[in-house]
Design a protein around this ligand. Structure first.
Ligand code: PMV
Length: 351
């Protein structure tokens, strides 16, 4: 085991050469205070803290089955063999789990996503949270939720938050001492929240893959956007105000902070050189609809990630009205209502 994970207890399988398998499920999360920009790409350490709500829709179910030590890892995503960058990321993640467990066995990964992959709907968050839980179990690692969150982070930053249900904050941590110290400081945990009865109305205006990966877009934004530093500074203020708003159960304040934080994040990208623009005319149509809802007295607030799709935060009791308004404004969008969902969990384990 590498010194990077000294806090993790390792329970090796009694049958080192037998078949071991584990299946886990995880849901995507939508950030209300965004993660945008890595300070360390290898350790997946962000520049800023972020805060999200895990959804009760679009689960990813992932099975990990151990094979012999010889050969390669194999993976299927929705039944199709993973290749290229997708397979490289899965293999790199499994390497990490092998280092932690002291095993050299290859794995067969089967993952089924119910969210359009790569469309800024956080499929990588549910994907790597489910893979972390299933792989840890298959390789016989006995990890608590914090350690699973750190592990999931190494696959995709936002996956650190999908280990938990409801609202979760991901600590950026700090760089002091060794890599192992930095790694230990950056994990997600649940956020104390009064009941705000939240819903997120998800408007999928385009389910196609994004033109620029979030990894490349973050790199470009951090490297070239004059707006990045001011946004990062205001984001830490947003996070403190968001925590307070959640504690007192103030949905309007939560929504206002989420909307300004997301628009600010997109502004940093628009100012990058060359610009990264995920928002489309359909996005703006939905944003106009959200403004009209607010003018009509419905507390509704928009957030967008690395894609043109819009998620509208509102009270669950207003969700159908909000969904109808969005359908009316953007008839080609597919619109559904999500609530807070559970954290990642193991479904089954076997030999
Ligand atoms: O974890 P990634 O690389 O898919 O980054 C996603 C970042 C955003 O979704 C845009 C924001 C966030 O905090 O989830």
């Amino acid at each position: 085991m590498r010194s990077e994970h000294p806090a993790i207890t390792v329970a090796r399988s009694p049958e080192q050469d037998g078949t071991r398998s584990a299946t886990a499920v995880a849901h995507p999360n939508i950030a209300l205070v965004k993660y945008w920009g890595k300070r360390d790409e290898r350790l997946m350490l962000p520049w800023t803290d972020s805060l999200s709500m895990t959804l009760d829709v679009f689960p990813t179910t992932t099975r990990v089955r151990l094979g012999p030590a010889a050969g390669r890892d194999e993976a299927t995503l929705d039944g199709a063999p993973a290749t290229g960058e997708a397979l490289r990321r899965i293999t790199a993640f499994l390497e990490l789990v092998r280092e932690m467990s002291g095993s050299d066995r290859r794995a067969v990964v089967e993952s089924t996503n119910t969210v359009p992959t790569g469309a800024g709907l956080a499929s990588s968050a549910s994907g790597f949270a489910a893979l972390a839980v299933a792989a840890a179990a298959a390789y016989g690692l006995d990890l608590d939720a914090t350690a699973l969150s750190r592990l999931a982070r190494r696959g995709s930053g936002s996956a650190a938050r999908s280990v938990f249900g409801g609202f979760a904050v991901w600590h950026a941590g700090r760089d002091a001492g060794t890599d192992a110290d930095a790694d230990r400081c950056s994990y997600a945990e649940p956020v104390p929240t009064a009941d705000i009865d939240p819903a997120l109305v998800v408007a999928v205006v385009d389910a196609g893959p994004k033109s620029v990966s979030s990894r490349e877009a973050m790199r470009r934004t951090v490297g070239t956007s004059p707006l990045y530093r001011p946004w990062a500074a205001s984001s830490s203020q947003d996070l403190e105000e968001m925590r307070a708003a959640l504690r007192r159960g103030d949905l309007a304040a939560v929504g206002e902070i989420a909307e300004r934080n997301a628009l600010g994040m997109h502004a940093t990208m628009l100012a990058a050189r060359p610009a990264v623009r995920y928002l489309s005319s359909a996005t703006v149509t939905v944003l106009d609809c959200v403004l009209r809802l607010r003018r009509d007295g419905v507390p509704a607030y928009a957030t967008m990630d690395a894609g043109p799709n819009v998620k509208v935060l509102c009270h669950r009791t207003d969700a159908e009205r909000v969904a109808e308004a969005v359908r009316g404004a953007a008839p080609r969008a597919s619109v559904l209502v999500a609530g807070p969902g559970h954290g990642a969990r193991l479904l089954s384990e076997g030999t």
